[in-house]
Write a protein that binds this ligand. Structure first.
Ligand code: 5AD
Ligand code: SF4
Length: 448
């Protein structure tokens, strides 16, 4: 009998991909996706704990699901992902109506756990081990058995290439929630990409917390394939028209990887290179292991191989001890690199991180003020950057189309709206358009 599954995903693209894997695993047992938790047989929150706000959202949704569970006692409620990993048993103490708590390495065991619960062999399931010798199972086989349910953007998909992180940035919860870095075997990744390409997927984004160090860890230690070589092999897969990856640590960005942007035609000219701060003092306290000068050299290197590359970054404002002049250095860096876009955050303490122990915290009002200044300037620069494309003819991949309009994306990751009647154009098609208007978050174009 068909059973219904509701998954709410918080956080990063890694989590989005994990939610798909969960969906594919549970589809083997007859679960199909539903769009609301009301009346669902199984409700899963796939959670994020990167910042305080992300975690608060999870607990507030769990709180509101208490009533739903009263109305529908047969419903199973589970928490997966980083909050499950970090909080484990504490979740049940705060939220006794939760039946299932599944850590980041255990999602592959979900079907058995759910089965034990639904057959009442047990009244709760908790599995949150983080094992340094963990190996990511070859779950790509699932894709062949049951194609994923038609995602709204089925032409573009994420492929996880590694899990975990060995970097220990002072503010970051990820080594605690995702464990040590583990790379997937090359053969599994290539098989997954090939299956997806056969199913009509045209754009692939390779995912990992630090893709630049792919291949340096246990699962593939005997296979001398680093990230640039993996990129070349994935790029050569028939049918893959666009290739992207995220996220990179600047210290591991090699010349060989930069060169891929000049050599691989289907590698999109877009690079997300989180800098976090523009002051060497702050970078050192963050344990980022590079200086602003070294970072800028990498930016120059990327631009020399690919002059039009669109650069994006992540910034934290108000890291403990950040002075006015440290913040000015971050603004100087922004003005020098002129990122196409950025994600910027107010620093928040996270459990078991080194910076949570630092005593020189920046007041909330100062963090808010710095964030607003940074974001205002970034918006201005994004608009200037987008305006550089005016009157250019560019290739875009169609993402959504209706009878009167198209939403598409450039290789540089700019969203483009085309308000014209269209016939015979489908999501995943590459078309030529002429940019006629630039805003700070998107562009408008006409068919060229
Ligand atoms: N506080 C604020 N922002 C954080 N990030 C990671 N940890 C924290 C924290 N404790 C940001 C970083 C990272 C992005 C995913 O989230 O900028 O690159
Ligand atoms: Fe959030 Fe990091 Fe976990 Fe992704 S890996 S869900 S960003 S805490």
């Amino acid at each position: 009998m068909s059973k219904s599954l509701y998954i709410k995903t918080f956080g990063c693209q890694m989590n989005e991909r994990d939610s798909e894997i969960i969906e594919q695993l549970l589809a083997q047992d007859g679960y199909s996706l539903t769009s609301t938790p009301e009346g669902a047989d199984l409700v899963l929150l796939n959670t994020c704990s990167i910042r305080e706000k992300a975690e608060q959202k999870v607990f507030s949704l769990l709180g509101s699901l208490r009533d739903e569970k009263k109305r529908n006692p047969a419903m199973l409620l589970g928490v997966t992902g980083c909050v499950a990993q970090q909080e484990g048993e504490h979740i049940r103490e705060r939220m006794p109506h939760v039946d299932l708590i599944v850590g980041t390495q255990q999602i592959y065991q979900l079907p058995e756990m759910v089965q034990r619960l639904s057959q009442k062999e047990t009244s709760r399931e908790i599995a949150t081990n983080l094992d340094a010798s963990f190996e990511i199972p070859p779950f790509q086989k699932l894709l062949e058995n049951s194609p994923p349910s038609p995602a709204p953007q089925g032409f573009k998909r994420f492929v996880t290439i590694m899990q975990g992180c060995n970097n220990f940035c002072a503010y970051c919860v990820v080594p605690g929630t995702r464990g040590r870095e583990i790379s997937r075997p090359v053969a599994d990744i290539l098989e997954e990409v090939a299956i997806l390409a056969r199913q009509g997927v045209r754009e692939i984004t390779l995912l990992g917390q630090n893709v630049n160090s792919y291949g340096q860890t246990n699962a593939v230690a005997d296979q001398p394939v680093g990230f640039p070589e993996l990129l070349r092999q994935v790029a050569a897969t028939e049918g893959i028209q666009r290739l992207r990856f995220t996220t990179s640590h600047p210290k591991d960005l090699t010349d060989e990887l930069m060169r891929c942007f000049a050599e691989l035609e289907n590698l999109c000219p877009h690079f997300h290179l989180p800098v976090q701060a523009g002051s060497n003092t702050v970078l050192k306290r963050m344990n980022r292991k590079y200086t602003v000068e070294q970072y800028l050299e990498k930016v120059d290197g990327l631009r020399s191989y690919c002059p039009d590359i669109a650069l994006a970054t992540d910034i934290i404002v108000g890291f403990p001890g950040e002075t006015d002049s440290d913040f000015t250095a971050t603004m100087d860096l922004l003005n020098q690199v002129r990122y196409h876009s950025s994600f910027s955050f107010k620093y928040s303490d996270r459990p078991h991180t080194r910076s949570a122990q630092f005593t020189d915290k920046v007041p909330e009002a100062v963090k808010s003020e710095r964030l607003a200044i940074f974001q205002k300037r970034q918006d201005e620069i994004s608009l200037e950057r987008n305006s550089e494309l005016l009157e250019n003819t560019v290739e875009v991949m169609v993402e959504v189309c209706s009878e009167t309009s198209i939403k598409a994306r450039t290789g540089g990751n700019h969203v483009v709206h085309i308000n014209e009647p269209v016939a015979g154009i489908l999501p995943g098609d590459l078309i030529q358009v002429r940019i006629i208007h630039a805003g700070n978050h998107s562009l408008r174009a006409v068919l060229a």
